[in-house]
Design a protein around this ligand. Sequence first.
Ligand SMILES: Cc1ncc(COP(=O)(O)O)c(C=O)c1O
Length: 348
Amino acid sequence: MDINNLQRENIKNLKPYSTARDEYKGQASVFLDANENGYGSPLDVNFNRYPDPLQLDLKDAISKIKGVPIENTFLGNGSDEAIDLLFRAFCEPGKDNVIILPPTYGMYEVSAGINNVEARKVNLLPNFQLDLEKIAEAIDENTKLIFICSPNNPTGNSIIRTDIETVLANFNGLVIIDEAYINYAKQRTFIQELTEYPNLVILQTFSKAWGLAALRLGMAFAARPVIDILNKVKPPYNINQATQDLALKALENIAQVNEWIKITVTERENLSEELLNLPIVKKVHASDANFILIEVIDALKTYEALVNQGIIVRDRSKVTLCEGCLRITIGTPQENEIFLAALKALNS
Ligand SMILES: Cc1ncc(COP(=O)(O)O)c(C=O)c1O
């Protein structure tokens, strides 16, 4: 597949913005090229200079953990930015389409709407796996992207690996595997498959296991031509200096993150078991993520009763295939205990 032919014609012809720092070679100590304030910042740290547009130090540190070369890594203002840029780079508004697989993460459809791109919906099967036949039927010559979320939000399950491989091998556009929750999964990441599939894009994020949702930092891993196109269309300084500095610091503390992942997985299994014993809980869906989807007798009533006690879960009862369901984030052991006690009280 020729990625260059997949991109929009206007993007192919686009001359990207050239930053002040792109335009000189060699050492320099006097920077009078970017209209910055040379005095410094009214803070303890200096933020007066524009940040590295390609975030090379941060990517180098990420590369050491993920094993993905820098040239195969894109960083965005959250994975939501990468999702939006994929639409802007590859989908011609009013002409091209993408395939999404409900119930799934809502931003794929919102981004499609913002970019005036048709989002073709192929529902997951009742077991929340891919309907390969219907996906094949939905693809036409204008289908540019297929979004597969694994582990899937809001269902929590991982998508069967061989099914994803079938889509990757047979689709002539980009397959985006959103691995936002991969750190909590038994299934391994698709990162090792990057060299095999030129049409594979993997999304990961610092917002979940890394505990940095407020920083807004997402990763996209893909073949070099895809990354080059994303870099061409992104805003020049999309990752601010504070985010780059703090993420670099966080990456030194992977032991803490791994500890939280371990506790969260244990808590997920314990909470799932406890919930099964409650009469108002009809079903607890198996989860590979840091949340669980449960079906209860009366979702809205349960949701409101919890809100009244200051406990907020996500009501997913109006979502395709999730009728009667609430999505519960796995909290700290103390938070989970409070939630469980409140739910038990509703039962009695
Ligand atoms: C599947 C999935 N992808 C992406 C995101 C957003 O990630 P970010 O915070 O990096 O934009 C979420 C957030 O809930 C998500 O559930």
